[in-house]
Design a protein. Sequence first.
Length: 190
Amino acid sequence: MKHRYLLFHKPYDVLTQFTNDSPEPRRTLKDFIPVPDVYAVGRLDRDSEGLLLLTDDGALQHRLTDPRYEHPRTYWVQVEGSPTPQALEQLAKGVDIQEYRTRPAQVRMLPVEPELPLREPPIRFRKSIPTAWIEITLTEGKNRQVRRMTAAVGHPTLRLVRVAIGPLRLEGLAPGKWRNLTSSELKGLE
């Protein structure tokens, strides 16, 4: 392979960049990935966790992030409350966020809480308000889109974990760890 392709499990409270422009000390990709000249394909905000693809292949980066290619990204989302079938249908059809209508998405309730590593710090817990987990697959990536979508249907996001980028999966990769893509994984992105 003439280019580098890495999968990284981004922990909570890590910036999806190699430098910190903030006066506050923040962990960045540089704290975890010693590979030069690779860049994140898309972003996960500081409050989100999960799968991140990094590469020095500009053509692949463009193909995976340009909305016209409709490349899927899947998230497990812990939300406040228990979404009704109507709320899930709204998310699936598209919702209005900041003068923008989201594209249709694949949405389903997860029947049980997914097995994920504990988050540090843990999410807030309130005895009187239940939570639920939903899976959302998007083919676009606006800033904080999943959080804005769930809030628009009355269920604020408490925890957000990207579990897939197309055929690439998070399973088997611990928070803060990275690995090279296999040749078969790379073929699956083409």
